[in-house]
Design a protein. Structure first.
Length: 422
């Protein structure tokens, strides 16, 4: 018999997916999404915590007791042959496991990178891949090691479509278990979108939906960019700049202070409450794999950090000059470079040192297009972290100072002329 969709949600779907060894619950569709059954309706008002090992362990009204018809039959959409595991972890972070021959097993971290993680995150409806941690970052698995030397382009719809050595063929141990950290409830999509620019969509109740552009501004965009490890918000376009979405409109009148760690922490009208259409879909354009941070930093001045292989890292100040800084300032829409402070002027970083001996002509559109010794190759320590001060932060001060100085100068001349006439 079927199950009625009253109170049917992802917690209930999780139990079903786990019970069937079908990975993670992605959606919990109702309204006879997969067609109407013809058998009895056995369960209604199912209430699972999500931890049960069987659907029949969940609360319900009793077998055969319901107020439904088959137009309300419940369904599930599970991730299938992939899941993320680990104690106390969010839904979209963990050890990657795949299902083969009736058993879950891990993936070795040889050649494991962001392209592989992108496929996993997409397959699990977990947004964007932020990191591809290795070396059993989330702990060691105990099941078979199923995959090694995984080689995804990033466009595959399933990890098992990627190249690998064959199920069970590896030269690894569980100290090399691969993991992923995905953005979870947020992603950027749409016509012309990139990893760090696009229409903003959030994940709620098993479905992706858009954000309305009412009150949408750079503070909101900054939260999105930070959440996606995409640096600084450069623009907060509205009016469906990256095309119209077709899913629900989940958020409207978003009001972030700019310090939140997630867009869903910001104020809004409530999921699904809006007075918009998809012609008002909100978007972001982020700076991408570069940011300015550190003590005393501002949007356009600070310690330079770049994003590589899922981690932020600093730039050494060897050969660091205005040509290099000009590229950074242009990339961040911060105007021309004014200064190129080195010697950890904005404080010492604690992450990796990614770049050294950077050599820009000044015309590049991105710092990573400039010559350098190679990611992670350097002879520096964090006392040599490079920084920039761009005109974007200084120009208004300069203009105001000039106006004030000019005004005072004119008054002085006027007073002098008056004195002479006397």
């Amino acid at each position: 018999g079927t199950v009625c969709d009253n109170d049917w949600d992802l917690n209930d779907a999780k139990v079903v997916c786990r019970q069937l060894s079908c990975g993670t619950a992605l959606q919990a569709p109702g309204s006879a999404h997969f067609g109407q059954g013809s058998d009895p309706i056995w369960l209604d008002d199912v209430a699972c915590s999500g931890s049960e090992s069987s659907l029949t362990q969940c609360g319900h009204r009793g077998y055969g007791t319901h107020n439904c018809n088959h137009g309300e039959d419940a369904g599930v959409i599970c991730s299938g042959q992939i899941r993320l595991v680990g104690s106390g972890l969010p839904r979209c972070s963990g050890i990657v496991e795949v299902y083969d021959n009736g058993v879950w097993g891990t993936v070795c971290d040889d050649d494991w990178d962001l392209n592989d993680a992108i496929v996993v995150c997409r397959q699990l409806s977990c947004g964007t891949a932020l990191q591809a941690p290795r070396s059993a970052h989330f702990g060691q698995g105990s099941d078979p090691i199923w995959l090694d030397d995984v080689a995804c382009s990033g466009n595959e719809s399933s990890l098992t479509q990627c190249g690998h050595r064959g199920y069970g063929t590896h030269n690894c141990n569980h100290g090399e278990d691969a993991g992923v950290i995905c953005s979870d409830q947020i992603r950027l999509v749409g016509f012309g979108s990139t990893r760090c620019s696009g229409r903003v969509e959030v994940y709620h109740n098993g479905v992706w939906g858009t954000v309305c552009d009412n009150d949408w501004d750079l503070k909101d965009a900054n939260v999105v960019c930070r959440q996606l490890s995409c640096g600084t918000a450069l623009q907060a376009p509205g009016s469906a700049h990256f095309g119209h979405g077709s899913d629900p409109i989940w958020l409207d009148n978003v009001a972030c202070s700019g310090n939140e760690s997630s867009l869903t922490e910001c104020g809004h009208r409530g999921y699904g409450s809006h007075d918009c259409n998809h012609g008002e879909d909100a978007a972001v354009i982020c700076s991408g794999p570069i940011r300015l941070v550190g003590s005393g930093s501002t949007r356009c001045s600070g310690r330079v950090e770049v994003y590589h292989n899922g981690s932020w890292g600093t730039v050494c100040d060897d050969d660091w000059d205005l040509n290099d800084a000009n590229v950074v300032c242009r990339q961040l829409s911060c105007g021309p470079a004014l200064q190129t402070p080195g010697s950890s002027h904005f404080g010492q970083g604690s992450d990796k040192i990614w770049l050294d001996d950077v050599a820009c002509s000044g015309n590049e559109s991105s710092l990573i297009q400039c010559g350098h010794r190679g990611y992670g190759t350097h002879n520096c320590d964090h006392r040599e972290d490079a920084g920039v001060i761009c005109s974007g932060e200084e120009i208004s001060y300069i203009i105001v100072s000039f106006i004030k100085s000019n005004f005072i100068y004119k008054i002085a001349l006027l007073n002098s002329a008056n004195a002479q006439s006397l």
